[in-house]
Design a binder for this molecule. Structure first.
Ligand SMILES: Cc1cc2nc3c(=O)[nH]c(=O)nc-3n(C[C@H](O)[C@H](O)[C@H](O)COP(=O)(O)OP(=O)(O)OC[C@H]3O[C@@H](n4cnc5c(N)ncnc54)[C@H](O)[C@@H]3O)c2cc1C
Length: 476
């Protein structure tokens, strides 16, 4: 029987293991062992339930445009649990010049696609609006070198679009610094819009027209209407628990928590692993699904060049702070999904989601749930504040941005140290080098959010590709 060992039990490790089982040829008996250092599976995905509050410690949703997470949910029987966002209140706000100002309708990430909402927006100055609109006429970049998100946005849409829209949105979502972030690896769609259409605005409008023409929704698909963000009714841990349950029930599958791997080596054509408890095991194939810097550590004595390359992928730390309040205590209308905060405002929080507005079933009927983000590329030190200091700081921020002075009825803090990989300029080239080095070690694979896409859908997509490669290797 061939043995595959997976290191790391986050969504990448679980999706890899599940995909191995889904695609395993009948004539290739396979033993799968998944090793996770913590006492629970899920990695960054953790859902906590307290009464009728459902609190996500890490990710709270995924993009529907990238279908791999939704598809996996459907394949494992969670299709009915998929939950769309509340579409009656889907505004996003930006905290700017002391007030929450609506992100103009039609701005998709940073590209304006509707004239009137932009024209009447109080967020952007008149000069800034003309500069954004001028994007339509700015010629495309002629060389294909990578560039930072800042340089891309300033070149196409102007500095104000960067400071008030692109920077806070990417800080809120990727915890990243646009001055170092690779536009090619983080937003490949924008790069191709510029290249294909000569302008982001023109490209976006054309795509929307095409979608309208080609997509005449049938009654059935209209009923099953999806939204940009999707979650699971009982929280994202439903996904990891269901994968765990299915794997546990499948023969020759061992899932071991509280089992940290210390190093990987190769002996007599087989991979051997040393575990931190002093024991070891052998495998025909190893799939490392831990953060890149952990993979670097595991491979240190085995391939120092690979280790060196893996260490070039930087990570940042973030924390999420969820606060539940009695609805009656909140004067703010909570008329949207939440707000982001530009760096130029000098505040401590990067963003706040009005979670119980964004999704149903997140708070009791008489309560609301708000989730704040701190840390990231610009304020990593804040993640280490004590619980007391963190709550005090966040409550001051909510008071000064939303006018909330009420006592929360529930609070939860989750700290994520070195958990967000950063795709800095040149990321694509670095990953190519890593993959070239890996070719020297058939049967050894790396997958996870550090390489080909930061969010859950891409982690699942790349896990499935990796599983197929490993199956090919062990079947050969
Ligand atoms: C605060 C936060 C919010 C996010 N929000 C979103 C969102 O809303 N939507 C979205 O799509 N994505 C979001 N993301 C990104 C998303 O969480 C990741 O894409 C995804 O969870 C990555 O999964 P992974 O399995 O690759 O890594 P991880 O979840 O990091 O899993 C790696 C696993 O490896 C284990 N491990 C480490 N070292 C060892 C060792 N030596 N031996 C054994 N096991 C080891 C770890 O304990 C961990 O369980 C967010 C991330 C964070 C931190």
């Amino acid at each position: 029987m061939k043995r595959v060992v997976i290191i790391g039990g986050g969504i990448s490790g679980l999706a890899t293991a599940y995909s191995l089982r889904e695609h395993q040829p009948k004539d290739v008996p396979l033993e799968i062992t998944l090793l996770e250092k913590n006492d629970r599976l899920g990695g960054n995905i953790v859902t906590e339930r307290s009464g009728d509050f459902i609190i996500e410690g890490g990710p709270d949703c995924f993009l529907s445009e990238k279908p791999w997470a939704m598809e996996l949910c459907k394949r494992i029987g969670l299709g009915d649990g998929l939950l769309t966002t509340n579409e009656t209140n889907k505004k996003t706000f930006v905290f700017s010049r002391g007030a929450l100002r609506e992100l103009p309708e039609g701005v998709i990430l940073m590209v304006p696609t509707k004239i009137l909402p932009l024209a009447f927006s109080s967020l952007i100055s008149i000069g800034g609006k003309f500069r954004m609109a001028a994007e339509y006429f700015i010629p495309r970049k002629t060389d294909d070198s990578d560039e930072t998100l800042s340089s891309f946005v300033i070149r196409r849409l102007g500095k104000e679009a960067l400071d008030k829209i692109a920077e806070p949105l990417v800080a809120g979502v990727h915890a990243a610094d646009p001055d170092t972030m690779s536009v090619r690896s983080s937003f490949p769609k924008f790069v191709s819009l510029e290249q294909e259409h000569g302008s982001l605005i023109r490209g976006m409008i054309k795509r929307m027209e095409l979608l309208k023409k080609t997509h005449k929704p049938s009654q059935e698909s209209a009923q099953k209407k999806t939204t940009m963000f999707i979650t699971l009714k009982n929280g994202l841990s439903t996904l990891t628990s269901e994968l765990q349950a299915r794997l546990t029930a499948s023969p020759y599958t061992n899932i071991k928590t509280n089992t940290a791997v210390a190093s990987v080596a190769k002996k007599n054509g087989l991979y051997s692993l040393a575990l931190k408890d002093g024991s070891g095991m052998e495998a025909d194939s190893i799939i490392i699904c831990s953060p890149a810097y952990v993979a670097a550590e595991l491979l240190k004595g085995f391939d120092s060049e690979l280790t060196e390359k893996l260490l070039t992928i930087p990570y940042v730390s973030t924390a999420t702070i969820s606060l539940g309040f009695k609805k009656a205590d909140i004067k703010h209308p909570l008329n949207g999904f939440g707000f982001v905060v530009p760096k130029t405002e000098g505040r401590k929080i990067m963003a706040a989601s009005w979670t119980s507005v964004k999704f149903k079933y997140r708070a009791p009927d008489d309560s609301v749930l708000i989730r704040c983000f701190v840390g990231g590329a610009k304020d990593a030190d804040l993640v280490s504040l004590s619980d007391e200091e963190m709550l005090k700081m966040v409550r001051i921020e909510l008071k000064e941005t939303m006018g909330i002075t009420a006592e929360p009825v529930i609070t939860r803090i989750y700290r994520w140290f070195n958990s967000m990989p950063q795709y800095t300029v040149g990321h694509e080239g670095r990953i190519k080098l890593i993959e070239e080095k890996l070719l020297k070690h058939p049967g050894l694979y790396l997958t996870g959010s550090a390489y080909h896409g930061i969010g859950i859908p891409d982690s699942i997509r790349t896990a499935e590709i990796t599983a197929k490669k490993a199956l090919h290797h062990v079947s050969a």
